[in-house]
Design a protein around this ligand. Structure first.
Ligand code: ADP
Ligand code: AMP
Length: 213
């Protein structure tokens, strides 16, 4: 399985990827997670990416594309992968096609998680992340049992800086302007699969499973 999870920030890509990767034993590649790790450890890439991320803008294509060239050649991708947050521009999608072509492979599908802008704002403003294992919670839709503490590992939950309402609005605008054109891009290639991601997390898992059997 080589899958792209497409959709606005907050659509539920990371939440779904966590379930799908276990079910199909494939690598989960989140460009946002890789970039945040680079910011944390203050690598050259992290320092270059930080200002863009803080303001909700996209990190330049050349940085992302060379990062993904490395990542897709790692051995854990051999059994398949889930791309979460990449590609985000038509140039990135073209580069992905070229990278996979060189590896003599391609993607099976681009699953579009469809949600309204209001849902995005509600989901992102209530999102909390475990600072230790990265588990994803929501203050209303998926609260942890003990306030502020991860159920899986006991780590502390935090709110991402870019999940504040002012940045959420610019991330949404960036999505509509630069990423939404990928819907048509994958539709024309016959790879697009639409999923109603307004539904509960468990229902969305089922809808995606129905696509792949
Ligand atoms: P993305 O990776 O697309 O940015 P996440 O998977 O991090 O999105 O989900 C964003 C927020 O919405 C999280 O707080 C998550 O718990 C919550 N969430 C995800 N899917 C659903 C859903 N189907 N219904 C309600 N809340 C959801
Ligand atoms: P995410 O975790 O997917 O919400 O991404 C967080 C931030 O990382 C985005 O707002 C961008 O600044 C940056 N980012 C993640 N993936 C990409 C990408 N494919 N292209 C450009 N920027 C990205």
């Amino acid at each position: 399985m080589r899958l792209i999870l497409l959709g606005p920030p907050g659509a539920g890509k990371g939440t779904q990827a966590d379930v799908i990767k276990k079910k199909y034993n494939v690598a989960h590649i989140s460009t946002g997670d890789i970039l945040r790790e680079n910011v944390r450890s203050e690598t050259r890439l992290g320092l270059q990416a930080k200002t863009y991320m803080d303001s909700g803008k996209l990190v330049p294509d050349d940085l992302i594309i060379s990062m993904m060239k490395d990542r897709l050649q790692q051995p854990d991708c051999g059994n398949g992968f889930l791309l979460d947050g990449f590609p985000r521009t038509v140039s990135q999608a073209d580069a992905l096609e070229q990278m996979l072509g060189e590896l003599e492979t391609g993607v099976n599908a681009a699953v579009l998680l469809e949600v309204s802008d209001e849902t995005v704002v509600e989901r992102l403003s209530g999102r909390r992340i475990c600072d230790s294992c990265g588990a994803i919670y929501h203050i209303r839709f998926r609260p942890s049992s003990v306030n502020g503490q991860c159920d899986k590992c006991g780590g502390s939950l935090y709110q991402r800086d870019d999940d504040k309402e002012s940045v959420i609005r610019s991330r949404l605008a960036v999505y509509h302007e630069q990423t939404a054109p990928l819907i048509k891009y994958y539709e024309e290639k016959g790879l697009l699969r639409r999923v109603d991601a307004e539904k509960s997390s468990d229902s969305v898992v089922r809808l995606i499973a129905e696509i792949f059997g």
